[in-house]
Design a protein around this ligand. Sequence first.
Ligand code: 5AD
Ligand code: SF4
Length: 466
Amino acid sequence: MTGPRKLYIKSYGCQMNVYDSLRMADMLAPDGFAETKDVAEADLVVLNTCHIREKAAEKVYSEIGRLRVLKDEAAKDGRKVTIAVAGCVAQAEGAEIMRRAPVVDLVVGPQSYHRLPALLDQAARGERPVETEFPAEDKFNFLKNPTRDAIRARGVSAFLTIQEGCDKFCTFCVVPYTRGAEVSRPVEKILAEAERLAAAGVREITAIGQNVNAYHGDGPDGTTWTLARLFERLAQIPGIDRLRYTTSHPRDVDDSLVAVHRDLPELMPQLHLPVQSGSDRILDAMNRKHTRDDYLRVIERLRKAQPALAFTSDFIVGFPGETDRDFTDTLKLIEEVGFCGAFSFKYSPRPGTPAADMDDQVPEHVMTERLHELQLLIDRQMAAFNKACVGKTLDVLFEKTGRHPGQIAGKSPYLQPVQVMAPASLIGTIASVRIDDTGSYSLFGTLADEVGNRVPERPNLAALEA
Ligand code: 5AD
Ligand code: SF4
């Protein structure tokens, strides 16, 4: 193939898509595609789409409308722009996209993007391929590794897919249909990828998967490894100072995972643990397979093992049949747990999911009010959490230059953005920072050695909750 050609990838939705977009870029790099941030100069545009809520899916069609204009303009200059739709909308709607949007040249589902170069060849011949089968082969065996330079350009914190798909079948969720059954990648493949990342300067790895704590991968010793065991091994890789995981299910928090939160300093003390609702009636209708009490007990076990842990969660308001009382139960659960942040959504009926056909769909204005009330409560909890950090010393992994000259920016163990006046040479390293102030989004601090503090060897924020 000839080069250089320009590739523009737009990612919607979750971290899985962010990761997949990078891997698509890696897949296309050997064919001479260089990434651009300017869609106007792209020869190939990939929309890596999300189908989780109706709004997310609709965004794709608006974007395709804009791309049609761009493609027409380029054609006037004798330039061909190829448009590919990837991700979960591609998986769910397949040929329907081709029908609705004649400007699209190819459609590829999340399990088939290793076939992108071949699909592009087909598109170049004027075919309009739609690849949404769940192929027999494992795409990871065909993906190209990123170059050292590509890893460096992406920064010191990286996502690593360890598991895909979900077997839980929550009644509102399309994931089991778009991403398929739960599959764990083998341990050795994950370690090799992590070692490559570390060797190129990555300090923090977030293990990702639709249901990541259900991880049960084949180990090199012939046994099945849990997520906890995988973390123990990942933590031994030189250079990997921080580990995180997302997103998890309360049912799959086993004792070994609780134990690594206590014993593994590399495992950061922040956990995203979606609960969706605080009402047992609604949790049952959602087929969440846990009660409100089960969730509270999981939180209690984790907090007992690691008092420094802070929690974030996902909430859906207005699930079919949700009454004021059910919603109040959700607010009470939030009060009881005390979150440091959360994502919250209005229920969105997804075609083909059981909840879409349930009676008692909740009116839009009720969902709007409930969402607002829930978000106010979460915002208050987040502000209180951030305020409690003022005066404390937190380890910050510096990632980039900051908003103002002389500033650099990084993340605390709790994923809070932290801005510090410090030399750019600290980017890519972890340093202790005394937190002086909070903004609406970021924390502001001073390097701890400048204020004469002892530099802690590891994040220890047990005192935070006090
Ligand atoms: N409507 C609203 N929110 C949803 N989510 C998943 N499906 C839906 C839906 N149909 C939310 C859940 C999930 C997060 C990724 O998206 O809270 O945890
Ligand atoms: Fe969807 Fe439930 Fe699986 Fe999460 S656990 S991906 S919400 S089906």
